[in-house]
Design a protein around this ligand. Structure first.
Ligand SMILES: Cc1cc2nc3c(=O)[nH]c(=O)nc-3n(C[C@H](O)[C@H](O)[C@H](O)COP(=O)(O)O)c2cc1C
Length: 346
């Protein structure tokens, strides 16, 4: 048993990626925690009320620890009405623009969620897209809550350790979904997990959790050999029965192979890895002109929602990592765990 497993009371060094957008359900989080891994809820696109309900539901399904993940609000860049209107014309159907929150509203939402995690007495909280503010760190640590930050480079990992994180998720460029980057390169200079783990572990003293492209025992062994104490998987959990991915999304994941994905800013304004679909092909030349997050994200929201309702994969964001070929059929969380844990790491 290593330090990560001991601190988080885990019998298996596996963290289920907290995946925003209705994917990390209470059922998924609880099933993972009940297997001895760390299950997690993703609060990124939830209202504080929705988060509260999901925590209550998860607590009914497991007595084991689980985590909640928070987005660190972005500093807003200025975007003109003309820029927004020009992008609106590029959407497949003229859509009404979803309401845009302000930076102040995002911070108020963040602190409400910190309060919910504090009052629910959760033992783990993780962050992506930045450094959590010191007052939030102090508040949660006062309750003995373990804190996890996300880094895509050595520099980010060092800053997260200095900010008081207990663990760092080191996210390689193979990873599905958004890159958790927060320093100026914003994840553009993407580094693969094999190069990243040993370079990060050489520069920080807290345990590292490896994320990106891991799907079976071999990946877990490799991550441990390079210095990680745990692994975080997203894509592999999406095709579990307990995940909130729609049947169409699951079908696309089961059909996809390792070369079918790429990083794109088209859906949200931040680099994220997903299956290349028609929208990504059509708008490939606009990749460098996307609006900054959260503008681009809000702009494409109606298109993505409509595509979901109409079961049209051409306009959906089909986030997934480069290990996707390994997902050959829908499994249960229990079955996935059976293929994940090499005897040598626990
Ligand atoms: C659909 C999807 C949604 C994600 N949402 C989040 C999120 O809300 N917060 C977060 O910290 N990471 C998120 N991630 C990234 C994961 O934490 C993790 O880095 C990644 O899934 C690991 O790579 P893999 O997908 O190849 O296993 C998401 C990943 C996916 C695939």
């Amino acid at each position: 048993m290593n330090m990560l497993m001991e601190r988080l009371s885990l019998s298996k060094p596996v963290v289920q990626a907290p995946m925003a957008g209705g994917l990390a359900t209470p059922q998924l989080a609880a099933a993972v925690s009940n297997q001895g891994g760390l299950g997690g809820l993703a609060s990124g696109y939830l209202t504080p009320e929705e988060l509260k309900r999901q925590i209550e539901e998860t607590k009914k399904l497991t007595e084991a620890p689980f985590q909640v993940n928070l987005f660190i609000p972005e500093k807003r860049e200025t975007v003109s009405d003309e820029q927004l209107a020009a992008w609106q014309k590029k959407l497949p159907l003229s859509q009404p623009l979803a309401p845009m929150s302000t930076e102040e509203e995002d911070w108020s939402d963040f602190y409400e969620k910190i309060d919910i995690i504090f009052k629910a007495n959760l033992s783990v909280c993780s962050f992506t897209f930045g450094l959590p503010p010191l007052d939030a760190v102090k508040k949660l640590k006062g309750r003995n809550c373990c804190l996890i930050g996300t880094a895509v480079s050595v520099e980010e990992a060092i800053l997260l350790e200095e900010r008081g994180m207990d663990f760092i998720v080191v996210q390689g460029s193979e990873a599905g979904g958004h890159r958790g980057a927060f320093l100026p390169t914003k994840g553009e200079g993407s580094v693969g997990l094999m190069a990243l783990i040993p370079q990060v572990t050489d520069h920080v003293s807290i345990p590292v959790i490896a994320a990106g492209g891991i799907f079976d025992k071999r990946g877990v062994k490799a991550a441990f050999a390079l210095g990680a104490e745990g692994v975080q998987l997203g894509t592999s959990f999406l095709t579990c029965k307990e995940s909130g991915a729609s049947p169409l999304y699951k079908q696309k994941l089961l059909e996809a192979i390792e070369t079918d994905t790429r990083l794109t800013k088209l859906f949200s304004g931040k680099p994220a890895r997903g299956i290349v679909n028609q929208w990504m092909k059509d708008r490939q030349n606009d990749e460098q002109d996307t609006l900054p997050y959260p503008y681009q994200n809000t702009l494409t929201k109606s298109m993505r929602k409509k595509a979901q309702l109409e079961k049209n994969p051409d306009n959906m964001s089909l986030w997934c990592g480069q290990g996707v070929r390994a997902a050959a059929r829908e499994t249960t969380v229990k079955e996935l765990f059976e293929q994940l844990i090499p005897a040598t790491v626990i």
